[in-house]
Design a protein around this ligand. Sequence first.
Ligand SMILES: [Zn+2]
Length: 228
Amino acid sequence: MTHDNDCNVYAIDCGGEFLLVDSGCGLEADQLVANLERDGIPLERVETLVLTHGHLDHSGGACPLRDRLHLKVAASVPTARALEAGDEEAISLAAAKRAGVYPAGVSFEACPVDRTLRDGDRLTVGECTLEILSAPGHSRDMVNLLVHRGSRRDLFCGDTVFHGGRILLQDTADCDVSAYTHTLHRLAALEFDGFYPGHLIWSEQRGHRHLEKAREYLDRLLLPPNIV
Ligand SMILES: [Zn+2]
């Protein structure tokens, strides 16, 4: 975490090879790289960046990180389409700027995508296997990652669900409520230990309890509360 507009950016040690999940907004990408170095992560071993979705706070750093770290960028097909075109409407950046979420001068830098991700895909990075889960709702282009390493499973869920089972519905063209509830039910049916959302605090153990909390609302035909 660096710039105020950055999401949580995770660096996962897959046994000497490192995987980044999300890139921040890109306004302080140099500081983010410095943080990796400070944490003792050899930059030449950071090989892959997976984007959960295209919103600027998650994808805006893809281009500078790809240039600096010579890593491969992986994203869902719609995220890749938006990123390669620098399409600000597709990632709701124009709406976010009008709402004052970002300064008016911020722009979305187009970036090549090296690999597109589809539901059910499995990627190997070092000792980790990444299971890709399509997770539309907060945005239609969302993917979540279930990272398997040994007997451990960790969920990286972007902006799908947060601590306490809260969600993030926004009045944007890419938000889809019925898809969102379907996705939450799907995630609640998974088994995992660690819970790593795109904002706020994470849980290294018993992470599934946050999905159970969300499901309590859904079972009463209610939506979980928003984080803001
Ligand atoms: Zn988002």
